[in-house]
Write a protein that binds this ligand. Structure first.
Ligand code: ADQ
Length: 492
């Protein structure tokens, strides 16, 4: 196998495209998230491809449109068509009713149905077959996230030898939680078929290594610099922490654009004279939205001095609407917003503004710019990009970030954010009070340091760091910028 692969093959459950069915037919646009932005230059330059599910049932109707989206992206998108049963058992079932809650430490929410597991195996094989057909031995295959843990193993079983890496976007749980998984041994063993396994934080990497020690005590693990290394079947496996980030420059630039400034001005005029506290989350029980609302209620009860002085803008993006639990969560959030507003609203002041929808980029950036305080309090989160986006947009350095200690972002930002335990209602309420009264100098000092840290380790740094660790001969002798591996060299 070549040491320096020429082509990158990215694989994820979903393709990086936004697909909408309108009255005029399908509307498909290339994705614009940070991951695509960072990988696009590498893919375009080297003729790389992206393999994933389109998000629809079957794919016949969508295929033509995907071709157009490929042309617009500048690299080829290839779909893995899924049937309705596969979507139900592999995606909603195993991925989102087992791995997602378990890996976020919420094992009581898991639905350990055996049929989910068998379908997960089948779909991972389907992805592996597609990779085998579309790639060759000279490619580097980069598989993303928890939906595709078995893919490397299935590729090996199909006798398709590839240099292949994995990145887990969500946390990896501690041993005591991981061993609840009925298929714990199979999942761990399957991961060891990757040549490199990337986690968000050192804590996730440590949890994974501890699980290996406990379930497979015969496997030796050594360390070279910050990379754990083990040998499985004569093959080296590298295990590292690579905290994902955002396109800092684009957020900072767009936040200062005229369009955003005008929108901020409009919002300011529409809102009363208050400090704005912002929450922005996908609808998900891991994001701690009810707990945050409870903290807001607590702050308003314990600190009457905050009445008419603070307003929480809570933005919730619809997500996983086919899972009944998510509908229940939405109803719970809406009931709490109603109760709190019912208890505290006064003429000219509503304590909580609640938005349940996707925001376009300009609107999202305007809320980031408007907010005096960001309240990012997930119960557990792989990283949490909202925390980083908020800081990147805060170019006047006047905002305060309140951040859950259980977000991966806390391992990087803990010195300068106000760190809270999201389960500690009074602690979060106190943090809101402290943020409100924080003096300008302290706010600026903290925000400058937050922004400098995120700017230094942006999404381009992340891609480069991962690819160089994956492709260098020795993990500890990662090439410098000048003698970088050919794929990593294409990252801007
Ligand atoms: P997510 O759980 O989706 O990602 P997060 O990292 O916060 O969580 O990313 C959410 C993204 O959605 C952000 O980029 C944000 O801008 C966007 N967004 C949120 N609300 C929006 C709205 N109303 N309108 C438009 N856009 C909105 C998973 C893991 C995370 C990990 C990421 C990346 O769960 O822990 O940080 O992957 O690895």
């Amino acid at each position: 196998m070549a040491n320096t692969p020429e082509r990158l093959v990215v694989v994820s459950n979903r393709l990086p495209v936004s697909i909408k069915k309108t009255s005029a037919g399908w509307e498909i646009r290339p994705g614009s998230g940070g991951l695509v932005t960072a990988l696009a230059p590498v893919l375009k330059d080297q003729g790389g491809i992206w393999i994933g599910w389109s998000g629809g049932i079957g794919d016949q109707e969508i295929m033509e449109h995907i071709k157009t989206a490929s042309a617009d992206s500048g690299f080829d998108l290839h779909t893995v068509p899924l049937t309705a049963d596969e979507i139900k058992d592999y995606y909603y079932g195993f991925s989102n009713e087992i791995i997602w809650p378990l890996f976020h430490d919420l094992q009581t929410r898991c639905n350990f149905r055996p049929e989910y597991w068998y379908r997960y195996i089948e779909v991972n094989k389907k992805f592996a077959d597609r990779i085998a057909a579309l790639s060759d031995e000279n490619d580097f295959v980069w598989v993303h996230d928890y939906h595709l843990i078995l893919t490397a193993q299935k590729l090996k079983e199909a006798d398709a030898s590839r240099k292949i890496g994995f990145f887990l976007h969500i946390p990896f749980p501690s041993v005591d939680i991981f061993i609840k998984l009925p298929w714990r041994g199979q999942i761990l063993k399957a991961l060891l078929n990757y040549d490199i396994i990337g986690f968000q934080t050192a804590r996730d990497r440590r949890n994974f290594v501890n699980c290996i020690h406990m379930l497979y005590p015969d496997i030796d693990i050594d360390w070279e610099a910050h990379i754990a290394i083990t040998t499985v079947g004569g093959r080296e496996v590298r295990i590292g922490a690579f905290p994902i980030s955002i396109d800092f420059g684009a957020f900072a630039r767009d936040a200062a654009s005229r369009e955003t400034k005008e929108r901020v001005q409009y919002l300011k005029e529409a809102m009363p004279e208050c400090q704005v506290i912002l929450g922005v989350d996908r609808l998900d029980y891991t994001k701690g939205i009810p707990e945050r609302l409870e903290a807001m209620r607590n702050a308003l009860r314990r600190y009457p001095d905050l009445h008419r002085k603070i307003t929480l803008v809570q933005v919730v993006v619809p997500s996983r609407q086919n899972i009944p639990e998510y509908g229940l969560l939405k109803a719970r959030i809406e009931r709490m917003v109603g109760e709190i507003n019912g208890e505290f609203t006064k003429a000219g002041w509503v304590p909580i503004h609640y938005l349940y929808r996707h925001l376009d980029r300009c609107e999202l950036l305007s809320y980031y710019r408007l907010a005096d305080i960001a309240l990012v309090t997930p119960l557990k989160d792989g990283m949490n990009l909202v925390a980083k986006e908020y800081c990147a947009c805060n170019y006047t350095n006047r905002g305060v970030l309140i951040l859950s200690e259980f977000a991966g972002a806390a391992s990087q930002l803990h010195q300068w954010a106000l760190i809270v335990n999201p389960y500690d209602i009074e602690g979060v309420s106190d943090a809101i009070h402290s943020a409100f009264y924080m003096d300008e100098k302290e706010k600026m000092d903290r925000m400058k340091k937050l922004r400098a840290s995120i700017k230094k380790r942006d999404i381009f740094w992340w891609v480069k760091n991962y690819l160089e660790t994956a492709l260098s001969k020795h993990p500890s002798s990662r090439p410098t910028n000048k003698e970088t591996t050919s794929l990593a060299a294409k990252v801007p």
